[in-house]
Write a protein that binds this ligand. Structure first.
Ligand code: AMP
Length: 143
């Protein structure tokens, strides 16, 4: 079977181009972060490099340093914003791993003692809840 290639019309590419709405918490020259629309817990955020790649396996290594610098920044802000006990970082590569959107992204999820994660790509959250979470994270990023 032929190797799968990057599709420039994937949903995150559309979000990055501003063609599809998102609740953004952070943006710089190389990276954008926005709320996951089907969160596995309150505050679940996706950190996405602007450079196109399907996932980590075909990414330009030069994108990874700036990406993980923002992952750490967002993880610290989320921990503060939600008073979390910990933070889970997830990243999926190809269908066998559970990947569903084929533009590299890193999940940053606040964790609370004794509270399990909700299912991956589960129920859609209300826009007003996502907007409120994004506001809290933006405020923590500015602290
Ligand atoms: P995965 O590719 O398995 O790492 O997961 C893709 C993630 O993107 C899932 O957690 C979905 O809930 C999330 N997602 C899918 N569509 C959107 C969207 N339009 N806006 C924000 N998050 C999304």
């Amino acid at each position: 079977m032929a190797e799968a290639t990057y599709d420039p019309d994937n949903i995150f590419a559309k979000i990055l181009r501003g063609e599809f709405p998102s609740h953004r918490v952070y943006e710089d020259d190389a990276v954008v972060a926005f709320m996951d629309a089907m969160p596995q817990g309150p505050g679940h955020t996706l950190v996405v490099p602007k450079a196109p790649s399907r996932n980590l396996l075909d990414a330009d290594p030069a994108t990874l340093g700036p990406l993980f610098t923002v992952v750490q920044k967002v993880a610290l802000a989320i921990k503060r914003a939600f008073g979390a006990d910990g933070v889970t970082i997830l990243q999926f590569n190809e269908p066998a791993s559970g990947q569903t959107v084929y533009h590299l992204h890193v999940h940053v999820i606040p964790r609370f003692e004794g509270i399990p994660l909700k299912p991956h790509s589960g129920g859609r959250e209300k826009p007003e809840v996502l907007a409120a979470s994004a506001e809290k994270i933006r405020a923590a990023l500015d602290d």
